[in-house]
Design a protein. Structure first.
Length: 69
């Protein structure tokens, strides 16, 4: 489903806060992006990719995303 305006505002705020964080701490962005089997695609901004990773993680951890049973 599409997010409500309130949910969209929360996710936008989360993205902007994390983008600012990772722009100021490239080491933290690299550490987050170093987890997993697939390397990051060349040419992508690490701070932006790390911020989107946390937004995606938030969405995937919602109760309505998790299949129970």
């Amino acid at each position: 489903r599409l997010p409500t305006p309130g949910e969209k505002a929360v996710l936008t705020k989360l993205y902007n806060e994390q983008l600012k964080r990772f722009q100021g701490d490239g080491k933290a962005a690299a550490q987050l992006l170093g987890v997993g089997d697939s390397p990051s695609k060349a040419g992508l901004d690490p701070a932006e990719l790390a911020a989107w990773t946390l937004v995606t993680n938030t969405l995937l951890n919602l109760d309505e995303t998790i299949t129970k049973g």
